[in-house]
Every structure is written in C-alpha cells, then in structure tokens.
Design a protein around this ligand. Structure first.
Ligand code: NAP
Length: 287
C-alpha cells in the first residue's frame, strides 16, 4: 500500500532511503538543508519541500536522517509535530535518543529510534537491517513501509535500545577490524601474500570461530564461566606469546594489549581456571 512519507536529510544515507521509498511506490516528500541534493530525487518523482515544516505537514510518517540528534531537533524546532510519527534514523547514543524521544513526545509526536545496519549501497537490498525501538504502535502502523528500506527489526520500547544495539554491533565490527589489522601487520612482516592469507586462511577461520559466540552469551547469562575450550591461563600464555612474537617481527601489538591487560588482571585475581566469557565482568566491574 502506498503511503505519504517525508524524508528530512538527503546525504548519502537519506538519499538512499528516499530512493528506496520511491522505488517501492510511496509518495515521497523530501527536504534537505542544501536544496540541490534533492534534484535527483525530484527527477524520480519526489515532491521537494521548501522547509522542514512543509515536509512534516505532507506525511504522517517523517523519516529523519541527519548528522546527529542535535541537528534533528534544530531542524524541527518550531515545526508542528502533533500526530506525526518521527522515525529518527540518525545515529546517536542511547541517551541522545531518549532525549530526542522526550522532546518529540512533548510536541505530540510518536518517536521511533532507528539504527541503520547498512551502508547506503545496501539499502533495499539483501543483508540490510534497521533496528527500531520506541513507540511500538507507531512502528507497527508503518512497518510495511519501513520494510522497503531494509529488514525492520523491533528491539523494544526503550528509545535508547536501537542505538545501543547499533553501537554494540559496531563494537563487534571494530573488534574484528582491530584483529584483522594486527594480523595483517604480522603477516606483512613475514612478507607472506596478504590477500591469500586473508581469503584462504583468516576469513574462513573467523567465520568458524564466530560459531563459538552463542556459547559465550549463554555462559555470561548463566554466570557460569567454566570452560571446556581453553581457560584464561592458557589464553594468558597465548597472548604473552603473541605480544612477544609481534616484537620479534618488528610490529606493534598495540591493538592486542588492552585484551592482554584484562586477561592478566583476571588471572591475577585467581580466576585463571575460567573461560574467556568471564572477562565481561572485568569490563562491567572496572568502569
Ligand atoms: N553513510 C552510512 O554508511 C551510514 C550508515 C549507517 C548510519 N548512517 C547515519 O545516517 C546519518 C546521515 O549520514 P550520511 O552518510 O547520509 O551523512 P552525509 O552524507 O554527511 O549527510 C548528512 C546530512 O545531514 C545534513 N545536515 C548536517 N548538519 C545539519 C544541520 N545542522 N542542519 C540540517 N541538516 C544538516 C546534511 O545536509 P547538507 O546536505 O545541507 O549538508 C545532509 O543531508 C548519520 O547519522 C549517519 O551516522 C550512515
């Protein structure tokens, strides 16, 4: 079913979102601070609003995809929001999303936070996921339209939950990047062909290792960190070995050192018999 939908913000991501909605047959109104960025979408049939207020007035569902939460509130300052659903797909911290939700609710709008787990080129394609949290009824009303952007996944009533899970997924990604960079430096130090190492060895092995993660989660939830895989003492020895090998190869182990530090700390507490899952407590208790 075709809906009236407005999109505020036509950067790389906002343009991809608006384009996907047009492709799905929705009636799309767009607004951008720099009007020229609306031209390609206007050529595809989007209505171009002269002001944010005009864009909001055009549709019950307003998607905002701007630089940050402050810019969303700045753009919508003084705009009549009553009765509108504000799907705020702007990246932010959980606290910022909660603040934006209170701000929107005080103005009579339903706020739904979104965390986009995709790059613009992935929008409307396989593998694209958007996490949503906040006003459930508002999400339900527009879920079908939102599905034109990416697989929509509801994660709870707390407006901060979608951004928190977004940040958690990015954290996992940066961990993978850190590991990949450290591995690349070590491999380059030995002049082994890096593409061969990455494609034939590293990536298949990381995929196989990822299958261990659900086991970790269950151990953390149960608070039972016994292991049948490898205990922290073995991992401490492994990390010491790694860090020494890095030095011997003339490369820096900087990206491994923070992990080594918490393993050392936990073993020093007398918990070397536990598995890696127990390390999560070092992070929670050490803040
Ligand atoms: N690109 C990605 O891969 C990706 C992935 C996931 C999430 N996101 C999120 O999507 C959001 C937009 O990212 P993007 O990649 O589209 O960034 P972008 O290409 O830099 O676009 C930024 C947009 O914000 C607008 N803007 C910036 N400051 C503003 C202000 N003070 N008032 C009004 N408008 C303002 C810009 O307007 P002008 O055109 O006038 O400058 C533009 O429309 C961000 O929150 C980003 O984290 C992006």
């Amino acid at each position: 079913m075709s809906e009236n939908i407005s999109v505020l913000g036509l950067g790389l991501m906002g343009s991809a979102l608006a384009g996907a909605l047009l492709s799905a047959g929705h009636r799309v109104t767009v607004w951008n601070r720099t009007p020229a960025r609306a031209e390609p979408l206007a050529a595809r049939g989007a209505a171009v609003a002269a002001t944010p207020g005009e864009a909001v007035a055009a549709s019950p569902l307003v998607i905002a995809c701007l630089l940050d939460h402050a810019s969303v509130r700045e753009v919508l300052d003084g705009v009549e929001l009553r009765g509108r659903v504000l799907a705020n797909l702007t990246t932010g911290r959980p606290a910022e999303a909660r603040e934006s939700a209170s701000w929107a609710t005080a103005r009579g709008a339903d706020h739904v936070s979104g965390g986009i787990m995709a790059v613009p080129q992935m929008i409307a394609g396989p593998g694209a996921l958007i996490l949503y949290s906040g006003e459930r009824a508002a999400f339900d009303r527009h879920e079908q339209a939102l599905a034109a952007l990416a697989e929509p996944r509801w994660v709870g009533a707390d407006p901060g939950m979608a951004p928190l899970l977004d940040l958690a997924m990015l954290t996992g990604m940066y961990g993978q990047i850190a590991g990949g960079l450290a591995a690349a430096a070590l491999v380059r130090s030995a002049k082994y062909p890096l593409t061969e190492f990455t494609e034939d060895l590293l990536v298949p092995w990381l995929n196989a290792m990822a299958a261990q993660q659900p086991g970790w989660a269950a151990a953390m939830e149960a608070g039972d960190h016994r292991t049948g895989v490898s205990n922290l003492e073995i991992n401490r020895a492994g990390l010491r070995n790694l860090v020494t090998a890095f030095a011997e190869q003339g490369v820096r182990a900087d990206l491994l050192l923070p992990l080594q530090a918490i393993v050392e700390r936990r073993v020093a507490r007398g918990l070397g018999h536990e598995g890696l899952s127990g390390l999560v407590l070092e992070l929670e208790e050490g803040a």
